[in-house]
Design a protein around this ligand. Structure first.
Ligand SMILES: *Cc1c(COP(=O)(O)O)cnc(C)c1O
Length: 412
């Protein structure tokens, strides 16, 4: 559900014409809908109503500080995976007591920064990391609250690049290793094991992998209790899928029901780390048609956005719906929508049925609010796109378009 819709034969972002935004800010342009973001936060809150819970938005999906500020103002926390994301979160005013820190490769300085900020907890992914955190916390005279990230060996049935809860993945500890690590953590003076965490993958479109994971984790929590380890926070990670094409992923309410049933009476605080489900459908990428080109093999629409702006199609073969900003009735053609970058992997859609558009027209690439700008680069010396947030009639420039000067600014 989002607030991008067609009225008067034009695409609107809430109360603003997308064509007006393109005129004012140029293209390619990321446009976010504040109302959609707020709605998604509320849906997660309602899904876990009645339970002690915290929604920790995954900063890596979209780290723009205006967006983090908006989510923070609604009471959301964040899940971070780097010191840079900690910096962004603090800049955006997210209370450290609502920050959890995941990732397999936390560096010493990042651990120090997170301890200094006094974040809620570290989601620890290896015994070596546990030892390092303990050592640094001891040096700082601090106590690190931790949870262990469990790799439950559950198949999330998603793209292999975004599956994280299988035995062969680099993430987390299996339960046998984790048992030893919890016992070790309990003895370490500067570490306080208070949580259990997992994140089995992204763009999950079925509920079963969540259910299977939840059952495994709760049984594990019970076993740990007999060893005197009292888990108070259960962090189920992110991963709820969204509709890019025709997927029908479980709704946050479905997940909430499953979790509430299993967790009630246990006195656990439940943490979820949604990224895509909050931001994905809250953003579009607006692009201008530069040229159309017919070869003997294919029809191409060449646009001014490219894989450096939105890499998901190139990286995962991901589908993004593409529509005209000002639809007209005309013949449809099977086309590849491609960017100007010098790589054949630079495509935004392949073999897609689209109206025969002309150069100068605008297209909207939908569901681009998560892992869109966040994964963008300056490849081919292309300044990164601007980002705007629309809130009813109000427009905020959330990040100005980069300039040629920005391209070389750090090169002395
Ligand atoms: C990426 C990630 C998330 C967010 O995943 P979504 O699929 O965007 O909800 C949450 N937790 C961790 C640890 C992650 O790495």
């Amino acid at each position: 559900m989002d607030y991008f819709d067609y009225r008067e034969n034009e695409l609107w972002a809430e109360e603003i014409r997308v064509s007006d935004l393109a005129r004012q800010f140029g293209t390619p342009l990321y446009v976010y809908s504040a109302r959609t973001l707020r709605r998604h936060v509320n849906v997660f809150d309602e899904a876990l109503a009645g339970l002690d819970h915290l929604t920790c938005f995954s900063v890596k999906a979209n780290g723009n500080i205006h967006i983090l500020r908006l989510l923070g103002s609604m009471g959301s926390g964040v899940d971070i995976v780097s010191g840079g994301e900690l910096f962004r979160a603090i800049m955006a005013g997210i209370p450290p007591a609502k920050i959890v820190y995941s990732g397999v490769g936390k560096q010493d300085h990042e651990i120090r920064e997170a301890l200094a900020a006094n974040i809620l907890m570290f989601n620890v992914e290896s015994v070596a990391e546990l030892e390092r955190i303990s050592q640094i916390a001891t040096e700082m005279g601090a106590v690190a609250r931790i949870s262990l990230r469990i790799n439950p060996d559950v198949d999330p049935k998603t793209h292999p690049y975004i599956s994280t809860g299988l035995k062969k993945n680099k993430f987390g500890l299996d339960m046998l290793e984790a048992t030893g690590a919890y016992l070790m953590a309990k003895k370490l003076p500067a570490v306080s094991p208070i949580g259990m965490d997992c994140h089995i993958g992204s763009q999950l479109t079925q509920i079963d992998p969540f259910v299977e994971t939840l059952e495994k984790l709760l049984a594990f929590i019970d076993r740990l209790k007999t060893s005197g380890i009292d888990i108070r926070y259960l962090d189920l990670g992110g991963g709820l899928g969204i509709t890019y094409d025709e997927e029908t992923p479980p709704q946050p309410a479905d997940l909430g029901r499953v979790v509430a049933e299993a967790v009630r009476e246990r006195g656990l605080t439940v943490i979820l780390e949604p990224g895509r489900a909050i931001a994905g459908n809250a953003g579009i990428l607006v692009t201008k048609v530069l040229y159309t080109k017919k070869t003997r093999a294919k029809n191409f629409i060449i646009v001014d956005a490219a894989m450096n702006d939105l890499v998901r199609p190139s990286l995962y073969g991901a589908y993004h719906h593409i529509g005209e900003v000002a639809p007209k009735k005309r013949k449809k053609l099977k086309v590849d929508v491609v960017g100007p970058i010098c790589e054949s992997s630079d495509f935004l859609a392949q073999d897609r049925l689209l109206p025969e558009v002309a150069s100068g027209e605008l297209l909207a690439i939908f569901s681009a609010g998560a892992y869109g700008f966040a994964m963008s680069s300056q490849y081919n010396a292309r300044p990164r796109a601007a980002e705007v947030i629309v809130d009813a009639e109000q427009i905020t420039l959330a990040r100005r378009r980069e300039t040629y000067g920005d391209l070389v600014a750090l090169e002395g």
